[in-house]
Design a protein around this ligand. Structure first.
Ligand code: SF4
Length: 773
């Protein structure tokens, strides 16, 4: 390590590389954030530095936060051999960091230090192609056995011919036809006269679309690049992915697999173990946070990690809550029993399971009735409630015996069947653990009865302590101490060592530091796009008496279910005025589908056939829908909550973002428990705590949805929030302080519009200006 601070030089070299030499200085906020991260890293590892070891940054889109954290992380590797885990929320951002940003910045570090640090991606086992599953799928559809990587690769030409053949076919393509193509016995490709893509093959009794399946198998049979054989690099839907992948619990391990030598998930782990920077996702961190297992940090397999950087940090608490949630019900036992019956035909375990499920249903129904819970969807449970007490032993005994009756997977020749047995055994083990947890209230968790589905449910609510205990420090293995990787001053009494923690996000909800277990206040940076926002418009429609009647029911209350019918024609009017180029974000799937149907009909009627409407519900992978939308700038994309974050379409394609309603989550036990927990720990009023949970979450989502409009400094356009409750002066208006909270997420837009005619005029003028430019 040098005594000189090389970070400014690295940032400068990185900016030169990113801009192709057009600039050589980072933005001041970017440099500030980067500095803070470097300081925190040094404070965690060096005895000389005594500052905070954590950074919490609200870094708006355009600030360039990936450079801000990658530069100190990669420099720490080059100078001091320190390793960092970077976590992102989505697989697409994970790929962007590893494939695009990291190599550029690593070379900038090399320009300055002479050392080239390395990075690798780390995803869950089931995100990679499993060659054994691909082989089993091919065998299933053709009876052609391929038990070695070489045999699998040799089928590639046959699969290519088969893919061409399947284009335009209808009906089921039989095993004999598939076999003939794979074995090269049908070399000519017959021209198809039908332009359909409707051909299917049978996998067991399941009818699977042939063309995408053949394409997937064709891509995955090229076994020479296992590191890139993952779900993100292949164009595939989740339905098809099961025919090319395997869960960790279904895998027999590389030592017991014919394809162990070319195993893509295992290869990815080897690469990660050697990398300086591991780019993972929140799901893996959440598993570590909820179970305490060293999935990433403290893992002997991946080696010692010094620093943790969490990008899109606002999502981490929710993902930890979802990952730690459990549900025990008769239905869950019934579904396990069905799986047992499919695998073990001559055992009574499956049928016994149905009887256990009946008992669970009965006991829970009685418990709900005794608690007066009939008619209400949720019955909250307190410390003393043990709704499963009478059936706990029954469930555990049954699950253990069913697990014991499963055949030994090593004796099953068919790969898919053996994987199912392993997976089932793991699910039974998980049930046994969950029954114990469902019977007791643990600190920081919520427990309730779902009366509708007769289930006991539990979810962590206060995830801060879990993050602090399981992610912000890691086990210090003796080998690492012996190798001098951890000096004494870093060791805690419990045999762990703390890592530096950086959490950054474009938007952070109020009270986030507490939620995420961070001990530092957030540093909030201004958006670099203020000028673009100032040239943009916010439209929230004012309403008249007719609108009010359309939106309200008995007692003049706002009726959510009536909103979509009221909003749909307004969406069409705005889209037509903008000549397409819109992103429509619906709060629910039902409303989204209604908007798609109405919009397509309205565009047809208006003769606007050049505007294509893509949606999340068209049966194509979302990534493809996004690509289609981006490449045709007149087109419109309609989706729901998942598109409120992470969708990126700079330029004219996304010059109008329509959000139908305030995306406030309906009351639910987990968020209610979060409210109660905040009240108990802080003495806040119910209203304030409610605002911190429900209103703050909705404001964050609104802010993110609106953020889809401006992705670069030259983007301008309109955000339309078709929710008149945001305006005062009507019977359905939200309380003034709540309205203010929501509107504070949208204050950047300078032009505030209230009437449809001024909104459409603004859009037409804006579009004309855009086209002229
Ligand atoms: S070791 Fe597991 S994941 Fe790897 S190819 Fe074999 S079955 Fe698939």
């Amino acid at each position: 390590m040098t005594d000189t601070n090389l970070l400014p030089e690295v940032l400068s070299a990185a900016v030169r590389r990113i801009t192709g030499g057009a600039a050589d200085q980072p933005r001041p906020p970017q440099a500030d954030l980067s500095d803070r991260i470097q300081d925190a890293m040094l404070s965690a590892t060096s005895v000389a530095a005594q500052g905070p070891t954590q950074v919490l940054g609200a870094a708006p889109t355009g600030l360039g936060k990936s450079l801000a954290y990658l530069a100190p992380a990669l420099l720490a590797a080059a100078e001091r051999g320190e390793r960092t885990v970077i976590s992102t929320e989505s697989l697409s951002l994970q790929a962007q960091v590893v494939d695009r940003d990291l190599p550029l910045i690593a070379h900038a570090v090399e320009d300055v230090t002479g050392s080239l640090p390395t990075g690798a991606v780390l995803k869950g086992w089931g995100n990679y192609v499993c060659a054994a599953t691909v082989s089993a799928t091919i065998e299933e559809i053709s009876d052609v056995e391929a038990t070695t990587p070489e045999q699998l690769a040799s089928l590639l030409p046959g699969l290519q011919r088969l893919t061409e053949f399947a284009t335009g076919r209808k009906g089921i393509i039989g095993k004999a036809t598939v076999r003939a193509f794979l074995q090269g016995r049908t070399p000519t490709v017959r021209e198809s006269v039908r332009a359909t893509k409707d051909a299917h093959v049978l996998i067991g009794t399941e009818k699977v679309p042939a063309l995408p399946l053949f394409r997937l198998l064709e891509q995955t049979c090229a076994t020479n690049d296992p590191a890139h054989h993952d779900i993100h690099h292949l164009d595939v839907t989740a339905d098809l992915w099961v025919h090319a992948s395997i869960t960790a619990s279904g895998c027999p391990g590389t030592a017991n697999c014919n394809f162990g030598e070319v195993c893509a998930p295992a290869a990815s782990r080897k690469v990660a173990a050697d990398a300086d920077v591991l780019v993972t996702n929140h799901k893996l961190l959440a598993i570590q946070a909820t179970t305490g297992a060293p999935v990433v940090l403290g893992s002997k397999r991946f080696g010692m990690i010094d620093h943790l950087v969490v990008d899109e940090a606002h999502e981490l608490p929710r993902i930890v809550r979802d990952t730690g949630a459990i549900s025990v019900s008769g239905q869950r036992i019934r579904s396990l029993s069905k799986r047992i019956n499919r695998i073990v035909v001559d055992s009574s375990a499956g049928d016994d399971g149905f009887a256990v499920a009946e008992s669970v249903d009965h006991v829970l129904a009685q418990y709900i009735a005794a608690r007066g819970g009939r008619g209400s969807a949720v019955v909250n449970l307190t410390e003393n409630d043990m709704p499963l007490q009478d059936v706990t032993e029954l469930i555990i005994e049954w699950a253990k015996s069913a697990r014991g009756n499963l055949p030994d997977p090593a004796t099953i020749s068919r790969h898919a069947e053996a994987a199912k047995v392993r997976h089932l055994a793991s699910d039974l083990t998980e049930l046994i653990g969950n029954v114990g947890s469902a019977n007791k209230t643990e600190i920081g968790t919520a427990r309730w009865l779902d009366a509708e589905n007769l289930a006991v449910k539990m979810s962590p609510i206060d995830v801060g302590p879990m993050l602090r205990a399981n992610l912000f420090k890691a086990t210090a293995h003796e080998q690492w101490i012996d190798d001098g990787l951890i000096e004494d001053h870093r060791l805690d009494l419990d045999g762990s060592y703390p890592v530096s923690v950086t959490m950054v996000s474009a938007t952070l909800p109020d009270g986030f530091a507490r939620q995420a277990g961070m001990s530092v206040a957030p540093v909030v940076y201004d958006s670099p796009f203020e000028v673009a926002f100032a040239a943009s418009a916010l439209f929230v429609p004012a309403i008249n008496a007719d609108d009010l009647a359309a939106l309200t029911g008995l007692g003049g209350r706002f009726v959510t279910g009536q909103h979509a019918a009221w909003a749909a024609p307004k969406i069409a009017e705005l889209v037509l005025a903008n000549d397409g180029s819109a992103l429509v974000l619906a709060t629910t799937k039902t409303a989204g589908i209604a908007y798609v149907e109405h919009l397509r009909a309205a565009l047809r009627t208006a003769g606007a056939n050049h505007i294509t409407v893509h949606s999340q519900w068209d049966g194509v992978p979302v990534r493809q829908a996004l690509d289609d939308w981006r490449t045709d700038h007149h087109s419109v994309l309609v989706g729901t909550r998942s598109l409120m974050t992470g969708v990126d379409a700079p330029g004219q394609t996304c010059s109008l973002v329509i959000i139908d309603r305030i995306p406030r989550t309906a009351g639910n036990p987990v968020d209610d428990a979060r409210v109660a927990s905040i009240m108990a720990s802080s003495g806040m009023s119910k209203w304030t705590a409610d605002e911190l949970v429900y209103v703050s979450d909705a404001k964050l989502l609104l802010q993110q949805a609106a953020g889809r409009l401006i992705r670069r400094a030259t983007d301008t356009g309109m955000i339309a929030v078709l929710d008149p409750r945001l305006l005062g002066g009507t019977a359905i208006a939200q309380k003034a302080n709540i309205r203010q909270t929501y509107l504070s997420a949208l204050t950047h837009m300078q032009h505030k519009l209230r009437f449809m005619d001024e909104a459409t005029t603004w859009l037409i003028e804006h579009r004309t200006g855009f086209e002229a430019a």
